[in-house]
Ligand binder design. Structure first.
Ligand code: TYM
Length: 334
């Protein structure tokens, strides 16, 4: 069976970009009998950005409840929290020892930090932790630990998956064919979902629309999406519009074609926003209700996560990492 794996960092409240870019395609893939799915909460990655323990815990609960509310079936997929699997940091070290430093120098997040420092004529690495630098190696361990074939992600994660391939290949070359090389799967409609200001929807830009915002908040946020000053009645270009990109990510092909015509006919921005709100709310409302019920029962969510980690370690990770330890010349701990 094809192995599909993806993770979400527990650094905030899940937003429409996480949903359309990763959660929705992952849930669809998990219903295919030909796939085995691995979905997890990347809380070790969260520590790179968040130093408030309460926030990491709250986000873990919210993201777990979100997966479940969106239709993940914990009996049918592997569903776990990254930090419940001690073999992940262990594998991170094995991969660290084969990862080229030059490759890590080119990782987008690290490079952006260095470029910002240079622009402000600071020391290149001012304020940069080794955790940020090593981020792609930890992510490679997440993926390679399960020999995942396909990784559904938004465009911003593609470089990390290419790096995972590179580290896996290098390890295979040195120690024998242990790792399957993963491929990114990107939904063309939502490769990068724009946020309120038109830039990529991202926690770091503070431009997100929370997936389960109450309807009144959702509507208010959608009404605040930045548009140009084209008047009603004047044709608008759908292909350069964030509003249209958002609509397309949530609408059927027919609805999208109709909205394209409405743009050509000069639909008023307020009316286009109202349609977008109605489309998103229609998709999200039933999941929002399940989410509210789930988030009220943290102990149940905790039990699902612990059970998931226990089973996935037993079945997959522990035997595999034992083999890898042996391959590099370390003792068998079992
Ligand atoms: P994170 O938590 O930033 O985002 C989770 C997923 O949501 C996607 N995404 C978007 N997709 C489309 N448009 C957007 N505006 C948008 N914003 C976020 C991301 O691409 C991602 O798929 N490093 C990862 C988490 C991770 C992981 C992994 C993913 C850790 N280990 C192993 C896959 C495999 C991250 O920080 O995603």
């Amino acid at each position: 069976r094809t192995r599909v794996l993806t993770g979400i960092t527990t650094s905030g409240t899940p937003h429409l970009g996480n949903y359309a870019g990763a959660i929705r395609p992952a849930i669809v893939a998990s219903r295919d009998a030909g796939t085995e799915s691995f979905y997890f909460l990347a809380d070790l990655h969260a520590l790179i950005k968040v130093t408030d323990p309460a926030r990491v815990q709250r986000s873990t609960l919210e993201i777990a409840a979100t997966w479940l509310a969106c239709g993940l079936e914990p009996e049918k997929v592997w569903f776990y929290r990254q930090s419940d699997i001690p073999e992940i940091p262990e594998l991170t070290w094995l991969l660290t020892c084969v990862a080229g430093k030059g490759i890590l120098n080119r990782a987008h997040a690290y490079k952006a930090a260095v470029d910002r420092n240079r622009a402000e004529s600071e020391d290149d690495d001012a304020g940069v932790t080794a955790g940020l630098f090593m981020y792609p190696v930890l992510m490679a361990a997440d993926i390679l630990a399960f020999n995942a074939n396909k990784v559904p992600v938004g465009r911003d994660q593609v470089q990390h998956i290419e790096m995972a391939r590179d580290f896996g290949q290098r390890f295979n070359h040195l120690y024998g064919e242990h790792f399957t090389l993963p491929e990114a799967v990107i939904e063309a409609q939502v490769a990068t979902l724009p946020g309120l200001d038109g830039r990529k929807m991202s926690k770091s830009y503070d431009n997100t629309i929370p997936l389960f915002a109450p309807p009144a908040t959702l509507r208010k946020l959608i009404m605040s999406i930045v548009t140009d000053s084209t008047e009603p009645g004047v044709p608008k270009d759908p292909d350069s519009s964030n509003l249209f990109a958002l609509y397309q990510a949530f609408a059927s092909e027919d609805e999208t074609a109709a909205m394209r015509r409405a743009f050509a006919d000069g639909i008023a921005w307020g009316d286009a926003k109202q349609s977008l709100f109605e489309r998103i709310d229609a998709e999200v409302a039933p999941m929002r209700e399940r989410y509210e019920a789930l988030i009220a029962k943290p102990a149940e969510i905790e039990a699902i996560l612990r059970d998931g980690a226990r089973r996935v370690r037993e079945t997959h990770v522990t035997p595999f990492v034992t083999r890898l330890r042996e391959a590099v010349g370390l003792r068998d701990l079992s």
